[in-house]
Design a protein around this ligand. Structure first.
Ligand SMILES: NC(=O)c1ccc[n+]([C@@H]2O[C@H](COP(=O)([O-])OP(=O)(O)OC[C@H]3O[C@@H](n4cnc5c(N)ncnc54)[C@H](O)[C@@H]3O)[C@@H](O)[C@H]2O)c1
Length: 254
C-alpha cells in the first residue's frame, strides 16, 4: 500500500539514484509530483533512472558527479537551482560497502568509504542546506543503516563507522538546521534486495543467519525504504527531526 503525498512544485535531489534504493526513492518522489535530479557516478544508470521517470510522466534530469567532490556538488546544486529555481528535498543515498578485515584494509578503502558515505552527506547537506536556508524550508533524509546502530556487519568496519557517523551527523544537522525550517532525519535500512546485497544474498550460510535474526523472516524491498523516505519528506512528518528510523523487518529493536 503506497502512501499519498503531494509534492507538486517541490524539487528533489537524490544521490546514488541510478539503481537500488536511490532509484526507488527518485521514482516515488517523481510519482508524487516532485521534479527530481537523479545523481550518480554511473552515467548510464543515472540516465536510465531519469528516462524511466520521464517515461512515466514525471520530470527528471540526471547529473553525474561523485558526492565526495565538493566543487562538483556545488555545480550540481547550482544546475538544479538554475533550472528549477529551488531545492526542497535532499536524499543522501549514495553509498559504497567494500569488504575487508580491519587488519587487511587498505587506507584508501577506509578513506573512500568515509568519503562517499559520510563526507558526501556533509557536502550535499551543506550545499543544499544553504539553498534551503535562503528559502526558509527544506527536508533532508540521510540513508544510514542498521550498521550505524548496534549491528556490526562482518568485514565492514569502514561501512559501519561511516553509517554511525551519518546518524551522528543527522542529529547535529537537524539541531542546527531547525531554525531555518529545515528538517533532517535518517533512515536505517536492514538488508534490502538491491545490487549492493547481491553477493550476500547468494551466501547461503549468511542468508540462513539473517533469516533467523529478522523477525519478519524476509529481506526488504527498495520500495519499502522509499515509502518511509517519502513520509519523512512530506508535511505529515512536520514535527519529526533528528531521528534515525529503522526499516528492517524488526531486526533492530531500540
Ligand atoms: N541494500 C541494503 O541492504 C542497504 C542496507 C542499509 C543501508 N543501505 C544504504 O542505502 C544506500 C543505497 O544502497 P543500495 O543497496 O541501493 O546500493 P547500490 O550499490 O545498489 O546503489 C548505490 C548507488 O550509489 C552510487 N554511488 C556510489 N558511489 C557514489 C558516489 N561517490 N557518488 C554518487 N553516487 C555514487 C552507485 O553508482 C549506485 O548507483 C546506501 O547508502 C547503502 O549504504 C543499503
Amino acid at each position: 500500500m503506497k502512501i499519498k503525498v503531494d509534492l507538486s512544485n517541490k524539487v528533489a535531489l537524490v544521490t546514488g539514484a541510478g539503481q537500488g534504493i536511490g532509484q526507488a526513492i527518485a521514482q516515488r518522489l517523481a510519482e508524487c509530483g516532485a521534479k527530481v535530479c537523479v545523481n550518480d557516478i554511473n552515467a548510464d544508470t543515472a540516465r536510465s533512472t531519469a528516462e524511466l521517470i520521464r517515461a512515466r510522466g514525471g520530470e527528471a534530469i540526471d547529473y553525474v558527479v561523485s558526492v565526495d567532490d565538493g566543487a562538483g556538488v556545488q555545480r550540481m546544486v547550482q544546475a538544479i537551482t538554475e533550472r528549477w529555481g529551488r531545492l526542497d528535498i535532499l536524499v543522501n543515498n549514495a553509498g559504497v560497502e567494500p569488504t575487508a578485515s580491519v587488519l587487511e584494509m587498505a587506507e584508501e578503502t577506509w578513506d573512500k568509504t568515509l568519503g562517499v558515505n559520510l563526507k558526501g552527506s556533509f557536502l550535499c547537506s551543506q550545499t543544499a542546506g544553504r539553498v534551503m536556508r535562503a528559502q526558509g524550508s527544506g527536508v533532508i533524509v540521510n540513508i544510514a543503516s542498521i550498521a550505524g546502530h548496534s549491528i556490526p556487519i562482518a568485514l565492514r568496519s569502514a561501512y559501519c563507522a561511516s553509517k554511525a557517523g551519518v546518524v551522528g551527523f543527522t542529529k547535529e544537522c537537524a539541531r542546527e538546521f531547525a531554525e531555518y525550517g529545515i528538517r533532517v532525519n535518517a533512515v536505517c535500512p536492514g538488508v534490502i534486495i538491491t545490487p549492493m546485497t547481491e553477493k550476500l544474498r547468494h551466501n547461503e550460510a549468511m542468508m540462513a543467519k539473517w533469516m533467523q535474526e529478522i523477525p519478519q523472516r524476509r529481506l526488504g524491498e527498495a520500495e519499502e525504504v522509499a515509502e518511509l523516505v517519502l513520509f519523512l519528506c512530506s508535511d505529515s512528518a512536520s514535527y519529526i527531526a533528528g531521528q534515525a528510523i529503522h526499516v528492517d523487518g524488526g531486526k533492530v529493536m531500540v
